[in-house]
Design a protein around this ligand. Structure first.
Ligand code: DON
Length: 343
């Protein structure tokens, strides 16, 4: 029953009436957004498609029925429904924010040169992509490119690097995040494939610090816990040109945001990215923990958490909810309807 769930619109700093007087990028759509979230939740809550990731043993044990939807807008309105307080591992969605960190430190051109930004068309952990691609690293979102990105971030020690990463993610989320230790231990005990990728990158001179140390910090970043609201706020920070709408802090350099969003559009759902661009038309990033965050530039972000994944490693329900929502609200960036044109 809907009352047993909860759907609320909270306003961080201003009452509704006051907010309506501001030039809100989203206020005119608020009622439509709320209705579309409710409809999507009801329509997909009993969907049984997909299967939890199990190559990381912890993830196989996460209850498959968990389902949460959160939206944070660039004017810091929050809309949520379902299991939005459950802390799940951010997994590959972390790669977006480590890419942002590396670009903040070295500039986009250096990250483009050292990692690249080409789709691989292969699974996110593909060894073949590393061997075949001219850059070997592919892009910052496949495992090889992500481990390489972590290796690029400067620090005097692995511990310092990890703290720097966790602090950066926390600032993007607008609250302190922490490691889910059980996820980290589970993944660290089974990540032989990522270690092999790192060694292969070393052969091609495309990893810029100790390979195993880089894999370890990468494994920690994937094990950071977020709930759907925190993830939506991280997304809203990107939607708001890098400025966290809750704290007002410019956490990501604005000039780098277009590079991040374009990479999300091109590779955010791995070998499911072409289908996603075709049907949804929004930059997004998935993680094998069951989360997906999608960005509507200038307006806000939607995060959906539901553990069962398709074959490419993307949450089945999250894809359906975001597609439904983007369609109802005319958010597909490639559609004339996104700028108000009727056809
Ligand atoms: O390295 C891994 O395989 C995981 N820590 C992250 C993979 C992931 O989330 C891919 N996402 N869809």
């Amino acid at each position: 029953m809907l009352v047993a769930l909860f759907i609320v619109i909270t306003l961080a700093s201003a009452p509704l009436s006051a907010l309506a007087q501001k030039a809100s990028p989203v206020a005119p759509n608020r009622a439509r957004a709320e209705a579309a979230v409710r409809e999507a939740y009801e329509k997909f809550k009993n969907d049984t498609g997909g299967k939890n990731a199990d190559y990381i043993p912890y993830l196989a044990k996460v209850p498959s029925k968990l389902f949460g939807i959160a939206i944070v807008t660039t004017d810091n309105q929050v809309l949520m429904l379902g299991d939005v307080k459950y802390s799940f591992s951010i997994q590959s969605i972390s790669k977006v924010f480590s890419m942002a960190m590396a670009m903040d430190e070295f500039g986009a051109a250096k990250v483009f040169d050292k990692i690249g930004s080409e789709p691989t068309g292969r699974a996110f952990n593909s060894v073949f992509a590393v061997a075949d691609l001219p850059t070997h690293t592919g892009n910052p979102f496949v495992n090889a490119g992500a481990i390489s990105t972590v290796s690029l971030i400067s620090a005097k020690s692995a511990a310092e690097k990890w703290n720097k990463i966790l602090n950066y993610y926390s600032r993007c989320a607008g609250e302190k995040l922490s490691l889910i230790d059980e996820v980290y231990k589970s993944e660290a005990a089974t990540n032989t494939g990522n270690k092999a990728l790192a060694m292969l990158l070393a052969k091609y001179e495309r990893i810029y610090a100790d390979p195993f140390e880089s894999v370890d910090v990468y494994t920690k970043q994937c094990s950071v816990g977020v709930n759907a609201i925190q993830l939506a706020r991280m997304g809203a920070t990107l939607a708001n040109s890098g400025k966290n709408p809750a704290t007002g802090e410019q956490t990501i350099k604005a000039e780098n945001v277009p590079y991040i969003l374009s990479t999300m559009m091109m590779a955010g759902l791995y070998d499911g990215s072409g289908k996603w661009a075709w049907h949804v038309g929004l930059p997004a990033k998935s993680g094998v923990g069951g989360g997906i965050v999608a960005i509507v530039p200038g307006k806000g972000a939607m995060a959906v958490f539901a553990p069962p994944l398709d074959e490419a490693g993307n949450s089945v329900k999250a894809q359906k909810v975001i597609e439904y929502f983007a369609d109802k609200l005319d958010f597909n960036l490639f559609s004339p309807r996104s700028v108000g044109l009727k056809y």
